[in-house]
Design a protein around this ligand. Structure first.
Ligand code: ASP
Length: 614
């Protein structure tokens, strides 16, 4: 029989999956179907590792017992699709295979069908290969269906599935209603560009794909569905970074009569549910909390990584009046001097510190320069990078005391505008943690969750000369700061919070504005006039007039969460068909040009610079 012949599958359905057979099945006849993961020829026998989604089972072809099947087995290559009927027998377990749950048995093939062959592969997908492939990203994305056969990606897809189920189970048990909101909608301001969809029947008009279902979920609260959730695709057209995708998935949640406490408690319950279901881990609840101000001052970041300590210390007070010009002038203009202790680095050589200053602080972080104080391990005293004549040792000693450094430590110091210098020091903290190998991206934790609270409501955009909403314009000011909205908008705190895990923001939300007059005040602060507010968000302002209850919510970045749970280093490894850095999908090759008549129907004419239509 030739492989190229079309064969009728007389085996019928599989009787077991490739991950199912155990010693208890010995003696039974089985039908297995799957892909040829590998083939070995040994002592006249042909051994096949047969793979499907569930696992791998060894098939043995014996020319003495079943010459026809054995002959056919010689034609098998990687990724041929086969159906095998045979007998389950005990297998002499080789030590290296002990990790396979099916390794106690093998199947003696009696009969085989080959429904399809495979061309030589562009890269190996066999489970015998290393966990990580060395195929290029482009190749992996072009042949994504092969990449997804690799164990690593397959496990990520299955893990993601378990996360969906845990999310649904939790919210269902807590009386939340799963609702789908429209994908063809109107712009929701979440700070990115919109993906637009032209309307054929309304020339010149466009739908926007949701940057989030924010306004719809709030309207659902007005409609009386007091607990809503949705696992939802969101779209943001922004410049891609390693941890961003133009379309991504959120777990979107909204609750009526919500307080921040209720949101925290419910979110913690959901996250605990996921970690229990996926990792079998009981998360320690409640999660710690820290205000935005404290996070910026202590870690130089609004998403501090708490897997390691290395806090920042404001040394401005310690150096006040030191007479050292660089420090004095920074402090006079409202700047700050910030220090950080690097344990065990008290004897670091000049070259290494110069390199840190030049290559990292100046080149990457845009800092003005690095000062340091060494406390050598031999206890020989304190050595400052600024000479005694210029900066008296009493000030250096005060700084050492202020940041709690001791023998063997190094103190790194940066000076500059505040709060910028805290941010730069925060980035240096992360750099040093990597250098000191304090962070392990393991799928087994540790899991350092943190609520960051009390965000500012607005941030000033120097370039545009006006305020932007730090979260989005529907976020409620803190009750105590409401009066400041008209007078000192920059000082208003928001009832907004982020949830951070291992230094990554995995979610964020707020208590919302639920009154039309307050919403209008917010639009005023943002420089959105009455007319613009009415044309963009009139529906929401109208809805607020008809008994809109107080409400609030949160959304979690599902992709990022799965990435952390999987111990993966890229979002692409947890999304089945992701986009590249340049926002393309190499397998189907999207985006693509379209027919001229299609453009015409949409009333669209391309500018000359654009690639012409087909
Ligand atoms: N819509 C917000 C976001 O996408 C989340 C929220 O406020 O619930 O970031």
């Amino acid at each position: 029989m030739s492989v190229s012949q079309f064969q009728i599958d007389h085996h019928g359905h599989r009787s077991h999956t490739c991950g199912e057979l155990r010693s208890a099945h010995i003696g039974q006849t089985t039908v297995l179907k799957g892909w040829v993961d590998s083939r070995r020829d040994l002592g006249g026998l042909v051994f096949i590792d047969l793979r499907d989604r569930y696992g791998i089972t060894q098939i043995v072809f014996n020319p003495q017992e079943n010459p026809a099947a054995a002959k056919l087995a010689e034609s098998l290559r990687f990724e041929f699709v086969i159906s095998v009927r045979g007998k389950v027998v005990a297998r002499e377990v080789e030590a290296k295979n002990l990790e396979l749950p099916t390794s106690a048995v093998e199947v003696e093939a009696q009969d085989m069908i080959i429904p399809n062959t495979s061309e030589p592969l562009p890269f190996m997908v066999s489970s015998h290969e290393a966990k990580q492939t060395n195929a290029s990203d482009d190749l992996r994305l072009k042949y994504r269906y092969l990449d997804l056969r690799r164990n690593e990606l397959k496990e990520n897809v299955l893990l993601r599935h378990r996360v969906y189920q845990a999310v649904r189970a939790f919210y269902d048990s807590e009386n939340f209603v799963e609702v789908e909101t429209p994908v063809l909608m109107k712009s929701t301001p979440e700070g990115a560009r919109d993906y637009l969809v032209p309307s054929r029947v309304h020339p010149g008009k466009f739908f926007a794909l949701p940057q989030s279902p924010q306004t719809y979920k709030q309207i659902l609260m007005v409609a009386g569905f007091d607990r809503y959730f949705q696992i939802v695709k969101c779209f943001r057209d922004e410049d891609l970074r390693a941890d961003r995708q133009p379309e991504f998935t959120q777990i979107d949640v909204e609750m009526t009569f919500a307080t921040e406490e209720l949101i925290y408690k419910t979110a913690e319950g959901m996250l605990a549910g996921i970690w229990k279901a996926v990792k079998g881990v009981d998360l320690e609840l409640p999660f710690p909390r820290m205000s935005y101000d404290a996070a910026m001052k202590t870690y130089g970041s609004d998403k501090p990584d708490l897997r390691f300590d290395m806090k920042l210390h404001d040394l401005s007070e310690a150096f006040k009046g030191s007479g050292f010009r660089v420090f004095d002038s920074a402090l006079e203009t409202g700047g700050a001097i910030v220090g950080m202790v690097i344990p065990g680095w008290g004897d670091t050589g000049r070259g290494k510190l110069d390199k840190l200053d030049k290559d990292i602080v100046r080149a990457k972080l845009g800092g003005g320069g690095l000062f340091h104080i060494k406390l050598p391990a031999d206890g020989s005293g304190i050595q400052s990078s600024v000479k005694e004549e210029v900066l008296a040792s009493s000030y250096v000693e005060r700084a050492v005391a202020a940041c709690g450094a001791s023998t063997g430590d190094l103190v790194l110091i940066m000076v500059g505008e505040s709060p910028k210098v805290f941010g730069q020091m925060g980035s240096l903290r992360l750099h040093m943690a990597t250098e000191l190998e304090l962070i392990s991206d393991s799928a087994d934790g540790p899991w350092k969750f943190l609520w960051v609270t009390d965000f500012p409501l607005l941030e000033y955009d120097e370039e545009a000369g006006r305020f932007h909403a730090m979260h989005h314009p529907f976020t409620s000011p803190a009750a105590a700061d409401m009066a400041l909205l008209g007078t000192d908008p920059g000082a208003v705190r928001a009832q907004a919070y982020d949830i951070v895990l291992n230094g990554m923001e995995i979610g964020g939300g707020s208590i919302r504005i639920h009154r039309a007059d307050v919403q209008q005040m917010m639009f005023d602060a943002l420089g959105i006039g009455k007319e613009e507010a009415q044309s963009r968000f009139g529906f929401l302002l109208d809805a607020f007039k008809y008994g809109a209850p107080p409400h609030g919510g949160i959304a979690f970045g599902l992709d990022r969460m799965v990435m952390i749970l999987a111990g993966a280093s890229s979002l692409r490894d947890v999304i089945v068909f992701p986009k590249t850095q340049s926002a393309q999908e190499p397998m189907v090759q999207s985006p693509d040009i379209v027919d001229a008549h299609q453009l015409k129907e949409l009333h669209i004419q391309l500018l000359e610079k654009s690639p012409s239509a087909k």
